[in-house]
Ligand binder design. Structure first.
Ligand code: IPM
Ligand code: MG
Length: 434
């Protein structure tokens, strides 16, 4: 079920009428909701008190965005609905406008009402925003503001960007086998990196501007990299926790030979490392890291870094995984009072790719894998997340590929290049039959 953007009271009313869960009435009570957007299945007891029937109902805000955003997020929705049918969960989707299409219809990339609805949902699934149509707008009116506004407004400070080379996509990786094996501790031609990018601080959110009176041409412009201790500590804890569930290695990437803010990150990392004695902590300058990623990617487990360095390095790492069309991401915040789940926002790391929009060639797998991350990180539905990841893996085993993940060495595999619709349908079918 999808509901288009509507003023809040109307939206509440419509939601209460058309949510799928309303079809299922618990014995001895009528179906009610603890709040119109809260997403819990509940019944009303004889004394009028609301009681919850189960925890299997999730309300997801959906911002399809621009360019290829709508076509790939709709595939992620298909997958979640398949998971819902298979595992007995109900996913209610509330479609919201953000980015370029919101500018077209409301004049601003992210309205306060949209942010408020997104905040009330259990999680947010996002398509990329932006395109040439909006490129010449002033900075504060560009589609990308929606992304930054949602990240800051939802407080999702830790951005998890896994970069893994799936065995099926080895031929799509630009690195030679011997480069891959040399740095892999087990001598295998692959790597498995998790980039943890700080997402709501640093230069993307710091003080910025131009000098001058606004009438005459400015002679300088500035952006500021500033981090507080608390901002650094919380993302470090997320990264250390992730490392403790993986191979136990964490590398702080910074530019501590030049930047004071980087030296601050290092000091705090050294202090925090003392709390995680089982994790091996290392430090690397960002320019070196850019080189090491293509020289010896197997050396990395978890990389933790600032907003801007994480943005850049994750694009670089994505190419090693075969295609940026494969990389999902999860942005996680704290579990605040009144919320059932921690704040969570899920998006492929690729952009809106307006040049290929609507042509049935975009790779929907990053969006589908982002839905898997939502199940894992927001709702602790590990079994369901794995089911999606297995279905993607089996679909690739069958030889189906979108153009971007085609093998570089032609004629050596059983690959079949298909479009967005066909590869997503294959994942759904595999999931249904699993
Ligand atoms: C990303 C993107 C965004 C970012 C842009 C579109 C604002 O590049 O998610 O990596 O810089 O964070
Ligand atoms: Mg980026």
């Amino acid at each position: 079920m999808r509901v288009a953007q509507t003023p809040l009271p109307l939206l509440y009313e419509r939601l209460a009428v058309c949510r799928r869960v309303a079809d299922v009435k618990p014995a001895g009570g009528r179906v009610a909701d603890r709040s119109p957007l809260a997403g819990g299945r509940a019944g009303v007891a004889g004394n009028g008190a609301i009681h919850y029937i189960n925890n299997m109902n999730y309300t997801i805000a959906l911002t399809p965005g621009d360019g290829i955003g709508p076509e790939v997020t709709s595939k992620a929705v298909d997958i979640l609905e398949t998971i819902g049918d298979k595992f007995g969960h109900t996913f209610n989707f509330i479609e919201l406008e953000a980015g370029g299409r919101a500018i077209d219809s409301t004049g601003e990339p992210l309205s306060a009402a949209t942010l408020e609805i997104a905040r009330q949902c259990d999680a947010l699934l996002l398509g990329a925003v932006g395109g040439p149509k909006w490129e010449n707008l002033p900075g504060n009116l560009r589609p990308e503001r929606a992304l930054l506004g949602l990240r800051a407004g939802l407080g999702v400070f830790a951005n998890l960007r896994p970069a893994t080379l799936l065995p099926q996509l080895k031929d799509a990786c630009p690195l030679k086998d011997e480069v891959l094996t040399a740095s892999n501790p087990e001598g295998k031609p692959n790597f498995d990196i998790l980039i943890v990018r700080e997402l709501t601080g640093g230069i993307y959110f710091g003080e910025h501007g131009r000098d001058g009176d606004g009438k005459n041409a400015a002679s300088s412009a500035f952006d500021t990299e500033r981090y507080t201790r608390a901002e650094i500590e919380r993302v470090l804890h997320t990264a250390y926790n992730a490392a403790s569930k993986r191979r136990g290695k964490l590398c702080l990437v910074d530019k501590a030979n030049v930047l004071e803010s980087s030296r601050f990150w290092r000091e705090i990392t050294t202090e925090t490392a003392a709390e995680y004695k089982n994790i091996e902590t290392t430090y690397m300058y960002v320019d070196n890291c850019a080189m090491q990623l293509i020289r010896a990617p197997g050396q990395f487990d978890v990389i933790v870094t600032s907003n801007i360095f994480g943005d850049i390095l994750s694009d670089e790492a994505s190419v090693l995984s075969g295609s940026i069309g494969m990389l999902a991401s999860a942005s996680i915040g704290a579990k605040s009072a009144g919320r059932k789940y921690p704040a969570g926002m899920y998006e492929p790391i690729h952009g809106s790719a307006p040049d290929i929009a609507g042509k049935d060639i975009a790779n929907p797998l990053a969006a589908i894998l982002s839905a898997a991350m939502m199940l894992r990180y927001s709702f602790s539905l590990e079994k369901e997340a794995l089911a999606i990841e297995n279905a993607v893996s089996k679909t690739l085993d069958s030889g189906l590929r979108t153009k971007d993940i085609a093998s570089r060495t032609k004629g050596t595999t059983n690959e079949k290049i298909v479009g967005t619709n066909a590869i997503a349908a294959a994942v759904v079918k595999t999931l249904e039959n699993e």
